[in-house]
Design a protein. Structure first.
Length: 293
């Protein structure tokens, strides 16, 4: 059964067994630990301390009852001194402590890189979101100004444009918000892993190495996709010429007679600052004609 925080000292059987001697494979209380280290034969023994000590976890080679000293890269397993000679003599091996520290360094650097990338991406999203919102405001302003230019004719069209733009803006912002949540979740996961790594500092090297291996898999599984191209919106307005404006109007009928709209040469070539319409009236009774501007 795994040892927990409530385990008792195996020496005095009275105090809590909060310290594990890696050489003696025994749990000690604080007082017995001090006495143990004062003894000449055991003064160099090393202890693991904390409430989460599990004596039954694999700290020693089960075949030779020796501490793990090396890590076999070929077999991907920790080995003791005897195993390194008998079973792994020609294999590539490294010091277990150095291997654990190297792996810890790689995992920490990987986490830091992902956090940095996520923060950069978030900053980019926020900047592009602001730019996009400014563009939306600018387009709405342009549409509104053009609507005012034609206000008596296309008020309904302006309203439909603005509603469409707001709808597209809402959908785009929803997509951006969803992407932001993904990067924030990645940052939270990385921060949790950083906390776990700090909590592992009291573990034995072999346990630390195994835990870090599992953690490395989780970290590597985070796929930080690049931020897609920023949303873009624009509006190209146009101002019809006087000729185009005149073409919108048809023939007008009056009770006194028939009004005919005539176009001058200047109206056909360019838009005047102020459009002028000329009407010719014919009296139904006397037949006299009169041209009015």
């Amino acid at each position: 059964m795994a040892q927990a925080a409530a385990s008792t000292c195996e020496i005095c059987t009275a105090g809590p067994g909060e310290h594990y001697c890696q050489q003696c494979d025994q749990l000690f209380c604080g007082s017995c630990k001090l006495s143990h280290l004062r003894t000449k034969i055991s003064k160099n023994h090393t202890f693991l301390s904390g409430p989460s000590i599990n004596k039954e976890e694999k700290l020693f080679c089960t075949e030779h009852e020796e501490m793990f000293l090396f890590y076999c890269d070929d077999c991907d397993t920790p080995v003791c001194r005897i195993c390194s000679v008998e079973k792994h003599s020609r294999h590539l091996m490294t010091d277990l402590t150095k291997s654990a520290e190297k792996l810890r360094f790689e995992v920490v650097k990987n986490i830091e890189a992902k956090v940095t990338t996520s923060k950069v991406n978030l900053s980019k999203i926020e900047k592009e979101t602001k730019t996009y919102r400014d563009e939306v405001k600018a387009v709405i302003k342009t549409i509104t100004e053009e609507g005012n230019y034609w206000k008596n004719l296309i008020d309904k069209k302006v309203g439909s444009f603005v509603r469409l733009l707001h709808d597209e803006e809402q959908k785009t912002i929803q997509n951006i918000t969803a992407l932001t949540k993904v990067y924030r979740r990645d940052i939270e996961n990385c921060q949790q892993w950083e906390k776990k790594i700090k909590e592992m500092e009291t573990m034995a090297d072999v346990l630390l190495f195994e835990r870090l291996k599992k953690l490395k898999v989780d970290v590597d599984n985070i796929d930080l996709k690049p931020v897609p191209e920023g949303s873009y919106v624009s509006y190209r307005n146009k101002k019809p010429s006087g000729t185009e404006i005149d073409s919108l109007f048809g023939e007008m009928q009056f009770k006194e007679g028939k009004a005919i709209m005539e176009k001058s040469e200047s109206q056909q070539n360019s838009r005047p600052k102020k459009s002028q319409k000329r009407y010719k009236y014919t009296c139904e009774f006397c037949g006299n004609e009169q041209v009015l501007t």
